[in-house]
Design a binder for this molecule. Structure first.
Ligand SMILES: NC(=O)c1ccc[n+]([C@@H]2O[C@H](COP(=O)([O-])OP(=O)(O)OC[C@H]3O[C@@H](n4cnc5c(N)ncnc54)[C@H](OP(=O)(O)O)[C@@H]3O)[C@@H](O)[C@H]2O)c1
Length: 261
């Protein structure tokens, strides 16, 4: 299968890296188009694949098209390929751009879907929220493609922004937390590189054990011995309103998606 990516920025890079990892069975062939031709060429050189000269040329050669430009750019790019799309599935990864808007920019009956990826796709550990839209039976092809780089979860469009705020934004949010924990470690005497490495390892191990147990409450109960260090830290997080702060953060992300819509 030839997958054509419109836009060769951060998320296109993560997807292409994920699909082009050595040993991925049934990996797609990739082609790229970006308004900045050098970006498409660089991505093609880095991940294997071809750089197309125009967006329409990319679409004509593709079996499936992924729209990976910023939300404000989606309609322009779709209008530029309108005549070339035909029966091909068009999958948008843009935050906030609804199925209705995608369809309005394409010919009547176009096959469109939304997927919200995250950058962990680059390591084959992505999480992809999928709104199947008008793909019909073609949804299997899209599920299989994204499953090569992580887990695929189907969601209804009404819940897409909330699911994105919880999962799609998670790598960036956790990176922010890792930086905060590392800074706290430095403030308490650790060397910066050691503090960063310890925080990263801590997150890795925490994610693995929580996934293994399948329930954060079980891990919290096991890790936060009453009167112990973890309990002291968790008490402060709760006193300072961690749950409320996280709720506000998710609400802000959802509100931003609505602004982009
Ligand atoms: N980054 C993430 O972690 C992430 C996660 C999930 C979803 N997304 C979604 O993915 C989309 C892209 O995000 P990103 O972070 O990858 O953005 P990005 O790094 O800015 O990449 C977008 C690329 O598309 C190019 N472009 C603009 N107009 C174009 C056109 N008409 N034809 C072809 N290329 C065009 C941009 O060029 P210029 O810079 O010159 O405009 C830029 O190189 C967004 O809609 C976002 O909501 C991103």
């Amino acid at each position: 299968m030839n997958v054509g990516l419109l836009g060769a920025g951060h998320i296109a890079h993560a997807l292409a890296e994920g699909w082009s990892r050595p040993g991925v069975p049934g990996a797609p062939s990739l082609s790229f188009f970006d308004i900045d031709a050098a970006k498409a060429r660089e991505l093609a050189a880095a991940c294997g694949g071809a750089a197309a000269v125009t967006a329409a040329a990319l679409v004509s050669a593709a079996d499936l098209v992924i729209v990976a430009v910023r939300p404000q750019q989606v309609e322009d790019v779709l209008k530029s390929v309108r005549a070339a799309v035909g029966e091909r599935a068009v999958v948008s990864v843009a935050a906030g751009v609804t199925l209705a808007r995608l369809q309005a920019a394409l010919p009547t009956g176009a096959r469109v879907a939304r997927v919200m990826p995250n950058v962990a796709a680059a390591l084959g550990q992505g999480l992809f929220m999928l709104v199947p839209g008008t793909l019909g039976e073609g949804v299997a092809q899209v599920e299989d493609l994204f499953a090569l780089a992580g887990d695929v979860v189907e969601v209804e469009e009404a819940l897409f922004d909330a699911a994105t705020a919880v999962a799609g934004c998670m790598p960036g949010i956790i990176a922010h937390l890792v930086a905060a924990f590392a800074a706290a470690g430095v403030a308490h005497g650790l060397a910066e590189d050691v503090a960063v490495q310890l925080a990263i390892s801590g997150v890795y191990g925490a994610a693995a054990i929580i996934a293994h147990e399948g329930d954060p409450a079980t891990v919290l109960a096991a890790a936060a011995t009453p009167g112990g260090m973890t309990a002291a830290a968790v008490d402060v997080l709760e006193e300072r309103g961690l749950a409320l702060t996280v709720d506000h953060a998710v609400a802000a992300a959802v509100a931003r998606a609505k602004e982009l819509a």
